[in-house]
Design a protein around this ligand. Sequence first.
Ligand code: DAT
Ligand code: MG
Length: 231
Amino acid sequence: MLGERTLVLIKPDAVKRGLIGVICQRFEQVGLKIVACKLVSATRKQLNGHFPASDDWIRGMGEKTLQTYNEYAMDPLEFLGTDDSFQIGLKIKEWNYHYLSLGPIMIMVLQGIHAIDAVRKLIGHTLPYKAAPGTIRGDFSINAPDLANLVGSACKNLVHASDNKAEAEWEIVNWFEPTEILSWERADEFLHFVQGESVDTKKETTMKYAALEQTFKALKCDDPRNAAEYA
Ligand code: DAT
Ligand code: MG
């Protein structure tokens, strides 16, 4: 249960605004664990792997954009030169490639209970002006797609996070080698998630020892000095 993993990408606007620290804090403070992290300049190949190539995804993106145009009584033909959802989806995809290439991005894998849903909740609505206060997008941005589209840009929204299990799986493989993902335990993990008011002390003791054993194993792998200390 504690092993669910999700991919988070801190986008160039957030990196350039110096928001890496406050964004990571939001994840760490709820108990999510960073198990992989790196600052990269995204390559075309990595971006090709990140954005789905399926026609359905592209058309869905176009349909969402058409909804926005409808909402603001904007004429897609005037701003985008087409009202075809597939063609619009392709355009948004290309804008996203450009957006993620504006500077360094910080990519990380977060692990924890319901990591995928928990992170989506913490980042908030896709469009920052609609994102609730208290969420990352809602607290640090007010961007909206009508203006973004007008200037020929994706709606800048600071962070990306996997939306579901399948997306998390392919995104993690796209950005990280298996050896870049580390297995380690936070010091508060047992207290936070396992220890309870349990009447079933046998079960709790078993879990406690399993957790301790894992910690010792990890320490032994990390640092040979600890191996002697804890042997
Ligand atoms: P999310 O990032 O919340 O999963 P998404 O997958 O639907 O949202 O869209 C991918 C990105 O595309 C999103 O982070 C910002 C951009 N985007 C979405 N809708 C847009 C629109 N109508 N105009 C411009 N950019 C948009
Ligand atoms: Mg998405």
